[in-house]
Write a protein that binds this ligand. Structure first.
Ligand code: SF4
Ligand code: SF4
Length: 104
């Protein structure tokens, strides 16, 4: 079980309140607002942490991705980038269509 799978397992055992708390933490740590690909649409909706929550409804252009330097990527053992375009790590890994239920 790699680090991402361990975190997924931890997430699956959290209460809804725990997931909401974790989601707030992920959004605070997320580097996306400093990224050249992040845009006004996502900013207006406070869309962040696409790696875990998944894609939002905004469209993005590939102008660079700084996920690799994000503390969330290191903590969760993420292996990809451009989550805002490609979807969450779970989806990118092709581990099925299950999605992580975000908090508010
Ligand atoms: S890894 Fe990327 S999408 Fe995930 S929280 Fe960090 S900057 Fe945001
Ligand atoms: S997922 Fe990557 S490319 Fe998209 S906004 Fe976040 S850091 Fe930038």
């Amino acid at each position: 079980m790699d680090n991402f799978e361990k975190n997924r397992d931890r997430w699956s055992r959290m209460s809804r309140q725990g997931r909401e708390q974790e989601t707030r933490k992920l959004k605070m740590l997320c580097n996306c607002p400093q990224c050249p690909s992040y845009n006004e649409c996502a900013d207006a909706k406070s869309d962040l942490a696409f790696c875990i929550i998944g894609k939002g409804t905004c469209s993005f252009e590939e102008n660079g991705c700084i996920c690799a330097s994000c503390p969330v990527a290191q903590e969760w053992g993420l292996m990809h980038q451009y989550y805002c375009i490609n979807g969450a790590e779970l989806d990118v890994r092709g581990a099925g269509r299950e999605t992580i239920e975000p908090g508010n």
